[in-house]
Design a protein around this ligand. Sequence first.
Ligand SMILES: Cc1cc2nc3c(=O)[nH]c(=O)nc-3n(C[C@H](O)[C@H](O)[C@H](O)COP(=O)(O)OP(=O)(O)OC[C@H]3O[C@@H](n4cnc5c(N)ncnc54)[C@H](O)[C@@H]3O)c2cc1C
Length: 386
Amino acid sequence: MTETADVVIIGSGIVGSSVAYHLAQAGCTNVLVVEREAHQGKGSTGKSMGGVRAQFSTPVNIQMSIYSIGFFANFDEVVGYPADYRAHGYLFCATEERHLDYLKANRERQLALGLENVEMVSRDDIAKFVPQLRVDDVLGGTYCPTDGFVDPHSVMMGFMLKARERGVRLWLDTPVTDIDVENGQVSGILTNRGRIATRVIVNAAGPWAAGVARMAGVDLPVEPLRRQLVPTEPFDKLPKRFPMVIDMSTGFHFRREGAGILLAWNDPEETPGFKTDFDPTFVEKILTRAADRVPCLADAAVNPRRSWAGLYEMTPDHHAIIGSAPNVRGLYFANGFSGHGVMHSPASGRITADLILRGDSDLIDASQLGLQRFAEGKLLEETAVL
Ligand SMILES: Cc1cc2nc3c(=O)[nH]c(=O)nc-3n(C[C@H](O)[C@H](O)[C@H](O)COP(=O)(O)OP(=O)(O)OC[C@H]3O[C@@H](n4cnc5c(N)ncnc54)[C@H](O)[C@@H]3O)c2cc1C
């Protein structure tokens, strides 16, 4: 007998799990999540740095963050599972006038959208947050205390457990190999466990989303791009608690992770591709940037074997693609978060569920995130990508 579901979600990472949760909360529970791996979190979600911030430059990203951070703040109570939200803040440090102008303009936009706690900070303020920072060339910056961190794995599990309590099914070890489309309408998916009949499919396949879209004959501009993170061994020369600090001169950023420090930097030489191996030569590159901004980090011990790599899911304008496929009825995308899929998972799950169940969302004007924007030349450029 063919299995059937009202909605099939392909991928059980943080985004697919949030879509499942939001559908179930709205009463849509005949939902089947299919995941090719033996357990959840083996895609980008398990590799994330867990940063959440509302300090973006475009209204849509700011709005998605405001909703999502509010959601994380109440997650434990509402979902019944810990998000481990830590409001330690994000501190952007500008070393050029143009950076400062950019931060000021972003702040105006953020304030206008209701994010009232973003502060302009001086060099002295910045030095107080992290006295070990080299600030001779720092002109100032911005700080938002409700930005911070969550535990991505825990959020994903919370979403999925709550969805399952309400009746959503999760099939692990189930790769989707094809999508059936009849007369421009999806009718089912093929898996190693047979065919599943459905008229609604959500592509939540993270960096693999373009391959899944291709199964339905749709060209989805989502490219995998490797990102590498380097944790130090226990390090006590920096404060026990401090915000995520972003050095705008190089893009180097860092935060505390337990007893050590987690170092991140976007290598401009990285090229698209499914590369998930950690490149040991990255250690020297990042330590050079780290020691330049935080001289005492030159003393931090780093074990390349504890470092890791994962994939960002990049779109041409660094914004998510959320909504239905223009030419295939019943196919929805929740893809292309360009490195912000954890922090935007509450909003993207809610918006996707709204679009499936009601055709629009009162959270944002979702039409701006539709796939058709690329064909129509209506790109949204987010410059605050870390
Ligand atoms: C190093 C690094 C640091 C990051 N830091 C941050 C951060 O600080 N803050 C932030 O918000 N974001 C961050 N991100 C980005 C974030 O991790 C992603 O945007 C987010 O996890 C995407 O979630 P997802 O559920 O869409 O994808 P994934 O977690 O990749 O889940 C997709 C799932 O789909 C499954 N799948 C794929 N194809 C198929 C198929 N054919 N059949 C069945 N299943 C399939 C995969 O197995 C996978 O489980 C970071 C990413 C990396 C790599």
